[in-house]
Every structure is written in C-alpha cells, then in structure tokens.
Design a protein around this ligand. Structure first.
Ligand code: 13P
Length: 333
C-alpha cells in the first residue's frame, strides 16, 4: 500500500506530547443544551459567540493541538469576519470536522443503533479540506444492557461503517478519528465494561485491517473503561487506568497513531484524574491524550454565564481546564 506522509504529519501534530484535542463538534441541537446552561436561546448568534469564545481563547494553543468542529462552525466566522478554521490554523491548531450524521435504530436489534453518513462522503471531504479540515471524526454508539447487548452484529456493522469512513478520509488526505463510544450510562460493572470495550475494539481493528486502512494515519477515540454511572461500586482512578490499559493492550495494534479519550459524561475533575492515573502507568505503545467535550466546556460555561462581561473569565477558565488536562496527559498532576 502506498504510504501517505501527509496523514502522518497531521497525526504527529495532533498527538504532540502535552496537548490534546478539543471536541467542540456539538451539533446545533446539542450546542443548544450548552446554551441552556447559560440561559441563552439556541440561536445562530449565540452559537457563534459560544464557539468564538472557545476558538479565540488566548494561549489555548499551548495545550490544544486540534479542534473538532461541526458543519455549521467550519462554515462560520468570528464577529469580525475571520473564518473559524483560519483562526485555529493561525494559532497552529489543526482544524477537524465531525462527519457522521448521527445514529438510527438498527432494525431487529432492540436498543442498538448504527451511524449514518457515508453517502457523498468523498465529496464532503473534498469541500471540508478546502475549508481547512485536516482530520475528522465519526462516532458509533455502543450501549451495554442485558446479557445480549451489544450484539456481535451491531459491533460488526458499526465497525464496517467506521472502516469505510476511514478509507474515504485517508484517500482525501484527512486523518480519521474512529470513535466507538461505549456509553457510560447504565448499571453495568467495571468487568462488563472491560469485556465489551475489548470486544468492540478487537472487532473494530480487525475490520480496519481487513479493509486496508493505514493504522499509522488513524487515531482511536475511546471511552475510558469504567463501571456504569448507576452501578453501586464506582471505579477509582487506578482501577480505571488498569482496566483501560488492559483493554487497549488486548485490542489496539501498536501501529495505531494514537489514542484519545472522550469524557462521556464524567465530571471534569474525574475525567482529568482518570487521565492522570492512566498516564502515571508509564509509557505505552501509543501516545495517549484527551479529546473531551463536556469535561472541557463545563467550567468555561459556568464562568461565562452567557454574559459579555464574563468572556475573558470564561476563556481563562477554559485555558486553565486545558492546562490541567495537559498536565494529566503527562501524569504530572
Ligand atoms: P464528551 O467528552 O462530552 O463525551 O464528548 C466527546 C465526544 O466527542 C463525543 O462524541
């Protein structure tokens, strides 16, 4: 297979030690939930303000290597008219784009879903590349329920979708982030989460290899392995670190460019502590860092409160959170 060095350069930039990726790729509907927290209506001007605060924060580039945007944000600009992708590029931050179109029911498999968005993906990537995107994200959703769920069938069909997306991304010189999110909500034990995550990742990487995806130009975005949020016995950072790394060692080939974490509804503090515990376990075959959304944005939203006079405080809170996660990714907290 012909090697694509552009992909490796992008992946290396995204995985620079001490930095992580900000997942600011909320759909417009989900951005509305963030705005709800600061009592603003979900209107384009407020969504722009929210995203502008994130992307223009002074010094965020010290801790953030890439930002994942949503379709409406990569097409949007600051109040002064500078395209958001250019704002990021000027800071040395790699612009990224979420390209999946969300999930639909997987008929015949109660409670399971499959991710949409492969139609016209090559054309969409060509346009996103022109808009400045150099990496992308596709999320599949895995829910842990009764003994049967997730089924092997749902893991397989979602893995094929992820592999097809990754092929098309790499052909467009765009680094694919593959995100099989194992949902934290539920009453499952740590052991069950570990079994399910290991199986999901084994099926995913086997499928990526079968479809000749170049793993050196691909990043895994994973859940941390932890007990469900309503399970009686909550998991300590050390337990999370051990279970998560055991899972990766059982399933992620060393060729994979790197691994980044979603926060999955854990509090900002817990997400950071768990990341720190994982980093403290020592060097691994892959660079490992954060790609949080809620765990990065929550402190910033609290400081902002939707008020123009708080924008500076919001940006300071944001950069502080990113700095803490940077330290955690190095095991230095
Ligand atoms: P959270 O960190 O809020 O889980 O979001 C990360 C993400 O990219 C979800 O797709």
């Amino acid at each position: 297979m012909k090697k694509n060095t552009k992909l490796y350069e992008t992946a290396t930039a995204l995985l620079e030690p001490g930095k992580g990726i900000l997942a600011a790729d909320e759909s417009d509907a989900t951005a509305g939930k963030r705005l709800d927290m600061v009592h603003l209506p979900n209107e384009p001007e407020h969504r722009r303000d929210f995203r502008e605060i994130l992307f223009t924060a002074p010094d965020i580039e010290k801790y953030v290597s890439g930002v994942i945007m949503y379709d409406s944000s990569i097409r949007n600009s600051t109040k002064d008219g500078m395209p958001f992708a250019d704002v990021l590029t000027a800071k040395g931050i790699v612009p990224g784009i979420k390209v999946d179109l969300g999930v639909r029911d997987l008929e015949g498999f109660k409670g399971e879903v499959v991710t949409q968005g492969l139609d016209n993906l090559a054309e969409r990537f060509a346009e996103y590349y022109d808009l400045g995107a150099r990496f992308a994200k596709w999320r599949s959703v895995i829910t842990i329920d009764e003994d049967e769920t997730p089924t092997e069938q749902s893991l397989k069909i979602n893995a094929i979708m992820l592999a097809r997306y990754a092929q098309i991304a790499q052909a467009a010189d765009i680094v694919p982030i593959v995100e099989p999110e194992v949902i934290h909500a539920g009453d499952h034990s740590l052991e069950r989460a570990e079994l399910v995550t290991t199986k999901a990742l084994q099926i995913l990487f086997q499928t990526l290899l079968e479809y000749r995806v170049d793993l050196s130009g691909l990043i895994l975005k994973s859940s941390m392995v932890l007990a469900g949020d309503s399970y009686s016995d909550q998991t300590s950072p050390e337990e999370v670190a051990q279970a998560t790394l055991r899972t990766f060692h059982m399933s992620v080939p060393h060729a994979c460019a790197g691994i980044v974490f979603l926060s999955g509804g854990q509090s900002p503090e817990r997400s950071t502590q768990n990341l720190n515990a994982i980093a403290k376990m020592g060097e691994q075959p892959w660079p490992i860092t954060f790609s949080f959304s809620r765990a990065i944005e929550e402190p910033m939203l609290k400081a902002w409160g939707g008020k123009p006079e708080n924008v500076q405080a919001a940006q300071e809170a944001l950069v502080k959170t990113c700095e803490q996660n940077s330290l955690a990714s190095l095991g230095k907290l």
